[in-house]
Design a protein around this ligand. Structure first.
Ligand SMILES: C[S@@+](CC[C@H](N)C(=O)[O-])C[C@H]1O[C@@H](n2cnc3c(N)ncnc32)[C@H](O)[C@@H]1O
Length: 286
């Protein structure tokens, strides 16, 4: 088990080469941008390195409000988790594509509604592994586990002993896929993979997902995908119809698949719901 003492100091403005090289023992490549760290940079985190910041800034040139959009996406996650816990009685969550821990994390949000909630975090990036194991500490009453796995292999995920020891797959599960499906290319069949995940869950389970879209500003988002491609990263924005297919056969709760800012906002509705280029939705398996 990794502890916080094992983790090198996080990326700093001077990015000390000795510290960067320490990350190598975790299998982290600090020479190329990575989605988790670019996103961490936008959220104001410290776990990012020069190539991540360079890509983050290149994308920011195309979409100057990209940092606010990342925060809007996180805020959707908070509202969705609270909704699932309060309105659907979800007491166990599977958070796929967890990212670098950013408080409030899923277990913190869910435990505030219902102490004792179980959470399994899943990511396939070694830097997330290092941080999540050390930092995602649940309350004594609850069970929080981290699994290093690939959401494109649901059969391996659902038989992982750490998952089956934490989640009761005969009971409803809240499946979160927040800002992760854009990292799976069409050729990798994200719809087939998500269908396999849906099929593995019992009635009463819910999905909450977000994914970026070009629907609100095709030109700017075209530049984003170009910047990602130039940095060697897959980033596939998707249309409303393409995103709807991820929920196939499950009932979307009101207001349906919406711009994340417009999905059950806390307080006043946003002046411009399309100011964050993400679709977000929540659906239930009947
Ligand atoms: C942009 S971050 C989003 C983090 C978090 N869900 C959020 O919205 O704040 C995407 C995360 O998905 C992870 N990821 C990408 N492809 C994955 C895969 N095939 N299986 C598991 N995790 C994946 C990345 O490593 C990264 O940590």
């Amino acid at each position: 088990m990794t502890t916080s003492q094992d983790i090198p100091d996080q990326g700093r403005p001077d990015d000390d080469p000795a510290e960067l090289s320490q990350w190598e023992r975790f299998g982290v490549d600090t020479t190329a941008p990575h989605s988790a760290r670019v996103y961490d940079y936008w959220l104001g985190g410290k776990t990012n390195f020069p190539p991540d910041r360079a890509m983050g800034q290149a994308i920011e040139e195309a979409v100057p409000s990209v940092k606010q959009m990342a925060k809007a996406n996180r805020a959707f996650q908070g509202r969705a988790v609270r909704h699932l816990a309060r309105e659907h009685g979800i007491r166990q969550f599977l958070d796929l594509g967890t990212g670098i821990p950013t408080s409030p994390n899923t277990h913190e949000i869910a435990e505030a509604v219902s102490p004792g909630t179980r959470v399994v975090y899943v990511d396939n990036d070694p830097i997330v592994l290092a941080h999540a194991r050390a930092l995602m500490v649940s309350s004594p009453a609850s069970r929080t586990t981290y699994i290093h796995a690939d959401l494109r292999k649901p059969e391996e995920l659902f038989t992982d002993p750490a998952l089956t020891a934490t989640l009761d797959l005969t009971q409803p599960v809240g499946l979160l896929m927040i800002a992760v499906l854009m990292l799976i290319a069409d050729e990798d069949d994200p719809w087939g993979r998500v269908a396999a995940l849906r099929d593995a869950l019992p009635a009463g389970s819910c999905i909450a997902l977000t994914t970026p879209t070009q629907d609100f500003d095709p030109e700017a988002v075209g530049k984003v995908t170009e910047a990602a491609r130039a940095g060697g990263m897959t980033l596939v924005p998707r249309t409303h119809d393409d995103v709807l297919r991820f929920f196939d056969g499950w009932d979307l709760v009101e207001p349906g698949l919406s711009p994340v800012l417009a999905w059950r906002p806390d307080g006043e509705p946003p002046a411009d719901p399309k100011a964050a280029y993400y679709w977000g939705g929540v659906a239930v398996k009947r």
